[in-house]
Design a protein around this ligand. Structure first.
Ligand code: ASN
Length: 635
């Protein structure tokens, strides 16, 4: 890792997204797609993914006999590949709207889903050996800037340092609620036996189908947690492994997602990025015979954080008092030394005297963290301003992003026959006796029971089901999560509990509704505010759809409905399919209270509908003095 301070570097990969992205972000697009696709059914839906191309072998070509990163090459290669781009569908989009910039479309996926994606190629694609901390920062900032416009992000990156970047991004992204998936390849996309096609396709497919709110890495049919992977092989397609954690998902004939192991942010804070990483960190690998001079010079100022790669279960040469003294002195000076085993798999423990000696010298146990993640974690913790040493130590030993396993937190009781009277009754009725079958029954029933508790506002039952190993993010038969139900019923304490336990605000039920939309639809102001604070925003709803909903609220004289939309920060200037705004309807139907509410919140009295009428001209034509006076008062 570089020792230079972090700067934003304009010549690197920091160019802003190009203007051709904008048309995809046009909210009218969903309308267009619905009209265009002959294969669409009620259940069809689309996802929008941003593909950020940083370089790596996937986008390289042979120049003078060596693989070299190519500029303006990746999009062209994708365009030529029918498995990655449905040209016909994209052309229909283009026909419909000539101003539409380049939108890539995957062939129709299962569940009738269309995955649309924009490609952003950074101006200087790099071999990942040249990736810098500035580049990490650029990636984080670009995700932040585009967070609300896309359902997920796919980052194409070289494999050599991908595990370092995915680890760093996992810490830099705070309160992440959407998928960020790294991928790349061992053979360039354009070569006949490339693994790039499958890797890119898989990453897009997962990002477009599942809300896996983690920084992850997809390679050779497996999705790994981004801060658990290591590049282990350089001449095979299965380049990566995650020795201390099973893959989060596998793409075989079926896609299998291990929902129980997905890491979720347990906070009601919005997504943000922390871009300052401390670069005065390094990796020191112990070996028999390492000299005290080497250790001393390594630990010298300005070093502030060291990943100490130790033997076995976190052991060091306890007989080497000279080394132990160096570690102790450095720790006393404030250097954070994190113990990380040299073994590919396993955990740092204090079972040996040789391990305890390191702890006594002030070395911090790193649990089962891997070196890439340990380095990133140190850079992140040291990059947080104003932390006391005690807080730094606590953070290093806590599970911040799923990078370590903390046993206490995972010790949940598993369902057994004795646990729940209800399950027990069912098990008896079905004449089930062995624990595997009991587990299947509880797996099938728990999501439904938890949804029912959420709907009833029964927080205690919900906590009980969770303590029994219930996953609060699983959905019912309508793909509604407990959060959908609690939001629709306005149970604020349940909503808060679910958010603090990582239930996603971006899950969509089979009607395309998010918990946020449910809270607005049912006018639960406190819930709207809480989900908004957590990062809730409109996802699928077009401005025309929103305007129609506002017009309906006005028709009913439903000021509370307007207030719900105001809390969700809807723009009251938006117009429906005929160009009418809510204010047009309010004037036509003489809904005085609504008129007052709308003009107070910035509705435009001069906005013209499809027939050229404005709310003002309608009031004039009707000679409605009361409304005209109101308009005048707010001018
Ligand atoms: N050297 C390449 C890189 O890391 C290796 C690869 O992508 N397969 O960019």
């Amino acid at each position: 890792m570089s020792c230079r301070p972090i700067r934003r570097c304009s010549s690197d990969i920091s160019m802003k997204l190009n203007p051709s992205l904008q048309p995809l972000l046009d909210p009218k697009l969903s309308d267009k797609l619905r009209k265009i696709s002959s294969q669409d059914s009620v259940e069809s839906s689309e996802s929008r993914i941003l593909v950020m191309f940083t370089g790596g072998t996937l986008g390289m070509a042979r120049v003078d006999g060596v693989y070299t990163p190519q500029k303006d090459y990746f999009s062209q290669a994708v365009r030529r590949n029918p498995n990655l781009h449905d040209k016909e569908y994209a052309n229909k989009l283009k026909e419909y709207d000539e101003a539409l910039g380049e939108t890539f479309v995957l062939p129709l996926c299962s569940h009738n889903r269309r995955i649309l994606y924009c490609i952003f190629e950074y101006p200087e694609p790099k071999d990942s050996c040249n990736i810098s901390i500035e580049d990490w920062r650029t990636l984080a900032e670009d995700i932040k800037e585009n967070y609300e416009k896309f359902d997920g992000f796919v980052i194409i990156h070289g494999t050599d340092t991908m595990a370092y970047t995915s680890s760093a991004l996992s810490f830099m992204c705070e309160n992440l609620g959407k998928p960020v998936i790294f991928t790349g390849s061992q053979v360039p996309l354009e070569e006949i036996r490339s693994d790039g096609r499958e890797n890119l396709l898989g990453a897009l497919y997962l990002a477009g189908h599942y809300v896996i709110p983690e920084v992850s890495l997809f390679f050779d049919k497996k999705l790994f947690r981004g801060n658990r992977v290591t590049k282990l092989v350089n001449n095979q397609f299965d380049a990566f492994d995650s020795p201390n954690l099973d893959p989060l998902a596998r793409m075989e004939v079926d896609v299998i997602v291990d929902w129980d192991s997905i890491f979720r942010s347990k906070s009601t804070e919005k997504f943000t990025v922390h871009t300052h990483l401390n670069c005065n960190v390094g990796l020191l690998r112990l070996f028999p015979g390492i000299t005290v001079q080497t250790v001393r010079s390594f630990l010298q100022h300005p070093m502030q954080g060291v990943v100490l790669q130790t033997y076995g279960a976190g052991n060091g040469p306890s007989d080497r008092k000279d080394l132990m003294t160096e570690f102790k002195e450095a720790a006393d000076r404030g250097v954070l030394i994190l113990n990380c085993t040299q073994c590919i798999k396993g955990v740092v423990s204090n079972s040996y005297e040789t391990g305890k000696a390191l702890m006594d010298a002030g070395v911090i146990p790193g649990a089962d963290i891997n070196p890439e993640a340990a380095l990133a974690k140190l850079g992140y913790v040291l990059g947080k301003p104003g932390l006391t040493r005690q807080q730094q130590l606590e953070m290093l030993q806590s599970n911040l992003r799923g990078e370590i396993r903390v046993f206490a937190e995972e010790e949940v009781k598993k369902f057994s026959l004795e646990d729940s009277k209800f399950i027990q009754a069912i098990v008896q009725t079905l004449n089930i006796s062995n624990s595997r079958e009991v587990k299947s029954v509880s797996t099938a029933l728990l999501p439904l029971l938890m949804c029912a508790s959420a709907k009833n506002g029964d927080l205690n039952s919900l906590k009980y089901y969770k303590s029994m190993g219930g996953n609060l993010s699983l959905c019912d038969y309508d793909q509604r999560s407990p959060l959908h139900l609690a939001a629709a019923e306005g149970h604020i304490d349940v909503v808060r509990y679910l958010l603090e336990n990582g239930t996603s605000i971006y899950d969509r039920d089979r009607y395309g509704n998010t918990p946020f939309m449910e809270s607005i639809r049912c006018r639960h102001f406190e819930v709207i505010k809480l989900i908004k604070k957590t990062g809730g925003h409109f996802i699928r709803e077009t401005t025309k759809e929103l305007a129609s909903l506002l017009c309906s609220a006005v028709e009913l004289g439903d000021v509370a409905g307007l207030e719900a939309f105001a809390l969700a920060e809807v723009d009251f200037k938006c117009s429906d399919y005929t160009g009418r705004t809510a204010l047009h309807v309010a004037v036509t139907l003489k809904k005085i209270e609504c008129i007052e509410y709308l003009i107070e919140r910035g509705a435009d009295i001069k906005a013209k509908d499809g027939n050229g009428h404005s709310p003002l001209s309608l009031a004039v034509a009707a000679d409605n003095k009361q409304i005209l006076e109101l308009f005048e008062a707010y001018q």
